[in-house]
Ligand binder design. Structure first.
Ligand SMILES: Nc1ncnc2c1ncn2[C@@H]1O[C@H](COP(=O)(O)OP(=O)(O)OP(=O)(O)O)[C@@H](O)[C@H]1O
Ligand SMILES: [Mg+2]
Length: 406
């Protein structure tokens, strides 16, 4: 459980300083919705936002130096904003449930004296219920600092007053995140929970070709980045509950134009293949024969139905390869699927007004290049007239297309 109510990114590529939603350092913003869609011209920084999320996930998994080099990022010097000497900074404002007090995670990544990327600073804070004072329950500078055990307590920022179980910490590798090392230990309850939230992030770039390749038979709970393990996920869902899976398939089939039925078929080797029955044809078609768009839509809907869903999913340009008339439904389904609770959150980048037409202006963020060449971010509902016009029945995608904003 948990969701991101806000994020700020500094000095990451074209994102010299953007804020989205509510933050610890600026509580004037409204929290992010469960579905956040980012639009804007080419080069505005949409993929960079997606990559910033991916970068944080990679920092967890492989440490900051390897993360700077991964995914063609080209190393720290290439990803830090051009002309900037300050380090890269992230601030995440996270809330576990509607009853819990938000937690702020601050992460600063810079270069050490030998020019190697390292974690300069890492901090987790939560306000005290009664006084509203922020308490740090993890604070590391150059890998040295403290952490607090349990579910309460911390060190007050101004007075250094301590409540709870403070433990001095020194990390052996300054390229590894403290939340990873400490979150692996049961006694750091809050750090562990936050780490689990970060670990469940998922960036998805579905490509129909990989979905056509039948992978080795093995059930897998989650779709991978390209959707190439679609059949394995189907197999997992089938194994966990045949009746639930049948319901999911019947729900999806109703959303795939021209498809009358989708049925799993268990092969002699235990593998599950999916049979797609189409109008006019008696014999089913298997995954490999389905059209690119049908497979992509299927993968998105399957993603929305994953058991134990990942808490934060980032999808880049879902419209690619899809017929424009499907996009309104897809956006609406995504919105319905994430709901308003704390179990799922979606971030999407898109160029499609058809997709955006299904969304309220609070769910849409516009990225643009400012005069200095760096990205700016603004919520569609904060543009003059947009909120009022949508309340009168205009749709956000049409307003965008007609250049009322963005
Ligand atoms: N280190 C850097 N400092 C500043 N700007 C950078 C840096 N690295 C790349 N850029 C710029 O950041 C922008 C990133 O564009 P990005 O790929 O995020 O755009 P996009 O909104 O996804 O566009 P599209 O719609 O074409 O996919 C580019 O204009 C690029 O010139
Ligand atoms: Mg892009």
């Amino acid at each position: 459980m948990g969701k991101l109510e806000g994020i700020s990114i500094q000095n990451y590529s074209s994102l010299k300083f953007i804020k989205m939603g509510r933050l610890f350092s600026d509580r004037s913003g409204t929290p992010l919705s469960n579905m956040t869609t980012i639009i804007g011209p080419s080069g505005a920084g949409k993929s960079t936002v997606a990559d910033a999320f991916g970068f944080i996930a990679d920092c967890l998994e492989m440490g900051v130096e390897a993360a700077c080099d991964a995914k063609n990022r080209g190393g720290y010097e290439k990803i830090v904003s051009q002309g900037v000497t300050d380090p890269i900074r992230f601030e995440l404002y996270y809330r576990e449930t509607s009853n819990s007090r938000p937690i702020t995670y601050e992460l600063t990544i810079g270069l050490d004296k030998n020019g190697r990327p390292y974690v300069a600073e890492e901090r987790l804070r939560q306000r005290v219920k009664t006084t509203g004072h922020p308490l740090s329950f993890l604070y590391l500078q150059n890998g040295v600092g403290y952490a607090f055990e349990g579910t309460e307590g911390g060190q007050e920022d101004d007075t250094n007053h301590i409540t709870g179980e403070k433990v001095d910490v020194q990390l052996s590798d300054p390229r590894k995140l403290g939340v990873v090392t400490l979150g692996a230990m049961k006694q750091y309850t809050r750090i562990e929970k936050f780490l689990n939230f970060l670990k469940s992030w998922y960036l998805c770039y579905f490509t129909p070709d990989s979905a056509r390749q039948i992978e080795q038979s093995a059930p897998q709970p989650y779709l991978n980045r390209t959707g190439g393990n679609l059949n394995n996920v189907a197999q997992y869902m089938y194994r966990e509950s045949k009746s639930d899976f049948a319901k999911i398939l019947s729900d999806i089939q109703s959303k795939l134009p021209g498809i009358t039925k989708i049925e799993p078929l268990k092969m002699a080797n235990g593998q599950i293949v999916l049979q797609f029955f189409e109008n006019h044809f008696r014999e089913p078609f298997f995954t490999q024969k389905m059209s690119d768009g049908t497979l992509k839509l299927f993968a998105y809907y399957l993603l929305l139905h994953e058991r134990n869903p990942r808490q934060l999913v980032f999808i880049e340009e879902p419209e690619n390869g899809l017929y424009h008339h499907y996009l309104a439904d897809l956006a609406e389904e995504m919105r319905k699927n994430v709901g308003t609770g704390f179990s799922k959150q979606l971030f999407v980048t898109t160029h499609s007004p058809f997709f955006v037409n299904s969304l309220p202006p609070e769910d849409v963020w516009v990225l643009e290049k400012g005069e200095d060449g760096f990205s700016t971010a603004k919520r569609a509902s904060d543009y003059k007239f947009v909120k009022a016009l949508t309340e009168e029945g205009a749709t956000v995608g049409d307003l965008w297309y007609d250049k009322y904003f963005g």
